[in-house]
Write a protein that binds this ligand. Structure first.
Ligand code: SAH
Length: 215
């Protein structure tokens, strides 16, 4: 039976985002638009708009909607930015970012996830997202500097290459902590080699595995 999940999506936006303080109208519009269920296996569609992460295969998860919104809102996007996402996963956050920024680069270490994300994003006609397979803890120097970098997996420390690949004024959003609990951090590059650090609250992500993450 055909269900488009529009009602569930609008309810998610109201109850999980707006009522918890997400207020950037462009961010809210993007969440109203992007069909989150299409980034999941069909068996999970009925849960796609629920208030928790969900499995996407390969022992990875799509983040809870609120966390995606919190990370995205922190970037304060206007539509002109070049953004790097580390951890493509399902491709959902890449789609949200592509609604709000000019160019999105996303890097994923697990090839089947990257391939599936590409397929969904193509079917939804996102032309401003480039996906690469590789270790995102090294960033993606080729297209740097970035106005923003979002890392959707947790690291012990902010990887140096990511800090270096930010332009001045750019922001790195990344969960920092151990395997079980982390603090969502934002590093703002105020000048070459000068960063201001802020905490956006507690969170729990899968591990960032790579040269400048967990081994
Ligand atoms: N943003 C994703 C969430 C994915 S979960 C979404 O919207 O669905 C985090 C992802 O980070 C996983 O797919 C995992 O494979 C990936 N990952 C972990 N370490 C990585 C690394 N060093 N480089 C690139 N991707 C990595």
């Amino acid at each position: 039976m055909f269900t488009d999940y529009t009602g569930k999506r609008q309810q998610m936006v109201r109850q999980q985002l707006i009522e918890r303080g997400i207020h950037d109208s462009r961010v809210i519009e993007a969440f109203r638009k992007v069909p989150r269920h299409l980034f999941l296996d069909e068996a999970l569609w009925p849960q796609a708009y629920d208030d928790h992460p969900l499995p996407i295969g390969e022992k990875q998860t799509i983040s809870q909607p609120y966390i995606v919104a919190l990370m995205t809102e922190a970037l304060q996007l206007t539509g002109k930015e070049r953004i790097l996402e580390v951890g493509t996963g399902s491709g959902y956050q890449a789609a949200i970012l592509a609604e709000l920024a000019d160019e999105v680069y996303s890097i994923e270490r697990i090839p089947p996830l990257a391939k599936r994300a590409r397929k969904v994003l193509d079917s939804l006609k996102y032309a401003n997202i480039i996906i690469r397979i590789g270790d995102g803890t090294n960033g993606l120097k080729e297209f740097s500097p970035y106005d923003g970098i979002v890392t959707t997996a947790a690291a012990p420390d902010a990887p140096d290459p990511l800090l270096q690949q930010l332009g001045v004024g750019g922001k790195l959003i990344i969960p920092i902590g151990d395997e079980y609990t982390q603090d969502l951090k934002m590093y703002v590059k105020e000048a070459e080699d000068t960063y201001r650090e802020e905490s956006l609250g507690g969170c729990r992500f899968v591990k960032l595995i790579g040269e400048h993450g967990w081994k």
